[in-house]
Design a protein around this ligand. Sequence first.
Ligand code: HEM
Ligand SMILES: *[C@@H]1O[C@H](CO)[C@@H](O)[C@H](O)[C@H]1NC(C)=O
Ligand SMILES: *[C@@H]1O[C@H](CO)[C@@H](O)[C@H](O)[C@H]1NC(C)=O
Ligand SMILES: *[C@@H]1O[C@H](CO)[C@@H](O)[C@H](O)[C@H]1NC(C)=O
Ligand SMILES: *[C@@H]1O[C@H](CO)[C@@H](O)[C@H](O)[C@H]1NC(C)=O
Ligand SMILES: *[C@@H]1O[C@H](CO)[C@@H](O)[C@H](O)[C@H]1NC(C)=O
Ligand SMILES: CC(=O)N[C@H]1CO[C@H](CO)[C@@H](O)[C@@H]1O
Length: 327
Amino acid sequence: MASRAAMMQALLLAALAVGSARAQLHEKFYSESCPSVEAIVRKELVSALSTTPNLAAALLRMHFHDCFVRGCDGSVLLDSANKTAEKDAVPNQTLRGFGFVDRVKAAVEKACPDTVSCADVLAILARDSVWLTKGPFWEVPLGRRDGSVSISNETDQLPPPTANFTVLTQLFAAKNLDAKDLVVLSAGHTIGISHCFSFTDRLFNFTGKVNPTDIDPTLDTEYMAKLRGKCRSLNDNTTVVEMDPGSFKTFDLDYFTVVAKRRGLFHSDGALLTNDFTRAYVQRHAGGAFKEEFFADFAASMVKMGNADVLTGSQGEIRKKCSVPNH
Ligand code: HEM
Ligand SMILES: *[C@@H]1O[C@H](CO)[C@@H](O)[C@H](O)[C@H]1NC(C)=O
Ligand SMILES: *[C@@H]1O[C@H](CO)[C@@H](O)[C@H](O)[C@H]1NC(C)=O
Ligand SMILES: *[C@@H]1O[C@H](CO)[C@@H](O)[C@H](O)[C@H]1NC(C)=O
Ligand SMILES: *[C@@H]1O[C@H](CO)[C@@H](O)[C@H](O)[C@H]1NC(C)=O
Ligand SMILES: *[C@@H]1O[C@H](CO)[C@@H](O)[C@H](O)[C@H]1NC(C)=O
Ligand SMILES: CC(=O)N[C@H]1CO[C@H](CO)[C@@H](O)[C@@H]1O
């Protein structure tokens, strides 16, 4: 029979485990330990965007990829000597800005050594990237800790651009995100670019026949012709296109206008029209008349996504360099 002391200890450990699992992120987490962190991150980003404005989109996407694989724990930033990390997987081959994140972290380390996690730096960068491209501002809950594991094939938790509505909602539900979060966060595609190969299946090989008539019937035909003018073949892996043509550097509501016209770039964008709820949301926001409402929704969904499976308390570590675990 277990001794009373051992039982008490087991109970205590269980309580601690529950406590840490429930530990909350907090907007003022660094207010004592590193009050300048947000100012430092902002300064670095403003300076980088002045020469490389399209970095904003890359950083927003990077935070999304971080949160969807092992939670928002900075695992997307880790290098692996044998090329088996998340960043080595296909969906990450088009991520950009790793060197910049490392530089921002170095600046933060200089002011507050061993205090701010890479996962939090990335969350702040994503918020500032949206805000500095004229999108909403929100307070970012902080206090994430960094993981030390990054596994290439776990990126299968990321939604592929070919996904239909069923697959999208399943992958989002796995991160505690619902259909509203899906349609709201998809509007992140109002900024940034895509490589042709992320959607050329819709132009040349939608059902596996590999011929110019094998097209995605849900894509607007005029837009399809335009895209074919840019992406000349199925395997074009160098050409990039603007996801929200004409305003791809501005965080606005054009994404919904584009999707409503069946001009969403990915099959996954178009799939938002195949469900009553998400289609109604797209149609309500096409034209951009309810900007404040969408901005508030986007902020709320970003905070929700930023909570995905976070490490807190004594879990994980505060990485010194974002590309390598401390030990
Ligand atoms: C709903 C499922 C999603 C799918 C299937 C998807 C897929 C993709 C793909 C294929 C690209 C282009 C990559 C390339 O070829 O260069 C891309 C770019 C991008 N995605 Fe998503 N995405 C999704 C959700 C999100 C979310 C939730 C966000 C953020 C809130 C986001 C933000 C971005 C941004 C900003 C870019 C542009 C990146 C750049 O300019 O480098 N995406 N996405
Ligand atoms: C790659 O390296 C990691 C540690 O850095 C190790 O855990 C993993 O087993 C290695 N994978 C292969 C396929 O060698
Ligand atoms: C992922 O890769 C590891 C080895 O690196 C393997 O053990 C595991 O089965 C793989 N998982 C999937 C889902 O492919
Ligand atoms: C959605 O895609 C999945 C995976 O490709 C497929 O199994 C499923 O049948 C599709 N669902 C619909 C409604 O098309
Ligand atoms: C065409 O699509 C099919 C499945 O839809 C895929 O298996 C095949 O690899 C694609 N062909 C090329 C050349 O990409
Ligand atoms: C891009 O395509 C070229 C030619 O098809 C190929 O040699 C190259 O390896 C591809 N690059 C990537 C990153 O897939
Ligand atoms: C940014 C980055 O690290 N991209 C890598 C993605 O994975 C491929 C290999 O699959 C690498 O070649 C890229 O460097």
